[in-house]
Ligand binder design. Structure first.
Ligand code: FAD
Length: 534
């Protein structure tokens, strides 16, 4: 007898919704996605993908403007073709949405275009269609928050979703809000050639982020010519024919050609029938969920920005997958938010994972830390990168990596090494002993780990005290190495005991037949490279 297929209904086709749909289809469920604006959601169509595409162009501009420093003679001033730039961005976003639509169709997932809402137990209504489901996922995302007195008009006062409809680069852009979105756009437009004023209600930009990283970015901003107004709360924004005026809470005014509002997000749940269904929301309207994405109503799950849990595409996607694994009876690990790697795409980028300096300073986490400026890195010198650093946190005593902050070009790629170390509970010693390419920016990660190694780390890993090594790698200053012990080093099971190196694991010291190692025979030492071998 075959069991009936589980029916899943999903409201919203962003990362929270479509990633969940793929998992549910993979598990054999009958899946329907209701989406109003296009698969990929705001992530693909208006937020993450377009902004990162814009930032790619702004980074290219920064590089072009430094070309003479790198020995390139260029013909003159580089300028942006705004129409071409925005066209490229919207084309890219639509193409990405099409790719997702193709993938969803290939998995036989039904898509209904329109607004959906909960309509009684196990029921979703989308226009005149009624969908019966065993489990429902709400992944309807969030909308830009609108400040009363600063309502966007789509021409001069803008949300980030309206930027790509412009036909020119804002001449003088005022960015209100210095959180992640504000900082990313302010940096990008300054690099593209706009004169940017960043209005921050706090005493520094990126107030929620690592202070060293935020101060570095603010310094970069100011040196690029950006005007940063700290402790300046925007009270109202008005427009006239050719410009905007931002009035600050203390009465000062700032004049510009355009104003970009980046003052947060509100959940997009209006008209979704949450109240009637009894789904609990918090005081800001975000849907309350537990670590496997369950809401207060059995059989109703929620994922992504509408839950207000770390508003990142990666988190939305994981919440959606976790919901489906749970709903369809698979074994599931509750989501671990302290393992989420995140990046702020300024130039240089700020990437973080694990414990924060703030938690360490507040005494919430015991950690040792080490910071290494990027300026010491040979690859950074070659590329002319001056700003940035690697910071690692380890657990005192065990030396286990607890997290890190990397400020560097492409820090979003570099942070993976720290995330893997943290996920796998590696120690600073283990990270330090990993080969990195020379020259490479990742060399600064292992070098930072090396500076964090301590005698206790070695002790904790082996379970007994080990003498510190001298310059030749022997224990203690000038002391002879003790005879090698069975299994003391090399591959598991190696039993060599005599003075020759084991050809398999290179550790023990006995004739070959006595080596119990199952590892493949160790490769001969690499031949030195000569100029002729290239
Ligand atoms: C400027 C900006 C840049 C960002 N950059 C990054 C980044 O670099 N990396 C990162 O990880 N995150 C980034 N984010 C965050 C990321 O975009 C969001 O976390 C992600 O979009 C959340 O996905 P979601 O599925 O919850 O919602 P969304 O992507 O908003 O998708 C929700 C979908 O639901 C649909 N919908 C809404 N209501 C209904 C309804 N009632 N019925 C049917 N459909 C409905 C909408 O049309 C939409 O398609 C950025 C955000 C912003 C604002």
């Amino acid at each position: 007898m075959t069991l009936p297929r589980q029916r899943i209904a999903i409201l919203g086709g962003g990362p929270g919704g479509y990633e969940a749909a793929l998992v549910a289809a993979q598990l054999g469920a009958d899946v329907t996605v209701v989406d109003s604006d296009g698969l990929g959601g705001a992530c693909v169509l208006t937020d993450c993908v377009p902004s990162k595409s814009l930032i790619e162009t702004s980074n290219a501009m920064t590089l072009l403007n430094r070309s003479s420093e790198l020995g390139i003679a260029s013909g003159g001033l580089h300028t942006v073709n705004a129409v071409r730039l925005y066209e490229r961005i919207t084309d890219l976003a639509r193409a990405q949405s099409r790719d997702i639509t193709t993938r969803i169709a290939a998995e036989n997932i039904k898509v209904i275009q329109g607004h959906g809402r909960l309509d009684g137990p196990g029921t979703v209504q989308a226009g005149d269609q009624t969908i019966k489901a065993d489990a429902i996922l709400i992944a309807t995302g969030a909308l830009p928050r609108v400040l009363p007195g600063a309502e966007p008009d789509g021409e001069r006062i803008l949300t980030w979703r309206q930027l790509y409809d412009l036909t020119e680069l804002p001449r003088e852009l005022i960015v209100v809000g210095s959180g992640v979105t504000g900082a990313e756009f302010a940096g990008a437009y300054q690099a593209l050639g706009s004169r940017v004023t960043l209005v921050s209600s706090r005493d520094r930009v990126l107030p929620q982020e690592d202070e060293d990283a935020a101060n570095l970015i603010e310094d970069v901003f100011r040196r690029s010519g950006m005007r940063v107004l700290s402790q300046s709360r925007a009270h109202a924004v008005s427009r006239d024919r050719d410009g905007v005026t931002v009035t600050l809470a203390d009465g000062r005014t700032v004049r510009g050609s355009h104003c970009l509002m980046t003052v947060g997000m509100v959940p997009r749940t209006e008209g979704c029938g949450l109240d009637a269904a009894g789904v609990t929301v918090d005081k800001h309207g975000f849907i309350e969920v537990d670590r496997v994405s369950r809401t207060s109503v059995p059989g109703v799950y929620a994922a992504g920005d509408c839950t207000g849990v770390l508003m990142l595409a990666s988190v939305a996607a994981m919440q959606g997958r976790v919901a489906m694994w749970h709903a369809l009876g698979e074994s599931v690990h509750p989501i671990r938010l302290n393992h989420v790697a995140a990046t702020i795409f300024t130039n240089p980028e700020i990437a973080t994972v694990g414990v924060s300096q703030r938690a360490v300073d507040a005494g919430e986490v015991a950690a040792r830390s080490q910071t290494l400026p990027l300026a010491t890195n040979p690859r950074a010198k070659m590329a002319g990168f001056r700003e940035g650093f690697v910071k690692l946190f380890t657990s005192p005593g065990t030396g286990v990596i607890l997290g890190g902050v990397i400020v560097a070009p492409r820090a979003s790629e570099l942070i993976l090494a720290v995330a893997v170390a943290m996920e796998q509970r590696l120690t600073a010693e283990q990270l330090a002993q990993t080969f990195t390419v020379y020259p490479s920016l990742s060399g600064s990660i292992t070098e930072t780990a090396r500076r964090l190694m301590e005698f206790k780390d070695l002790q904790s890993r082996t379970g007994r005290a080990r003498a510190p090594l001298n310059a030749r790698g022997a224990p203690g200053p000038g002391r002879p190495a003790p005879p090698a012990r069975a299994g003391a080093a090399g591959t598991p099971g190696c039993r060599r005991r005599t003075s020759r190196r084991c050809p398999r694991c290179r550790a023990g010291t006995a004739p070959a037949p006595r080596c119990g190692s199952t590892a493949p025979r160790a490769a001969a030492p690499a031949r030195r490279r000569t100029a002729a071998s290239r």
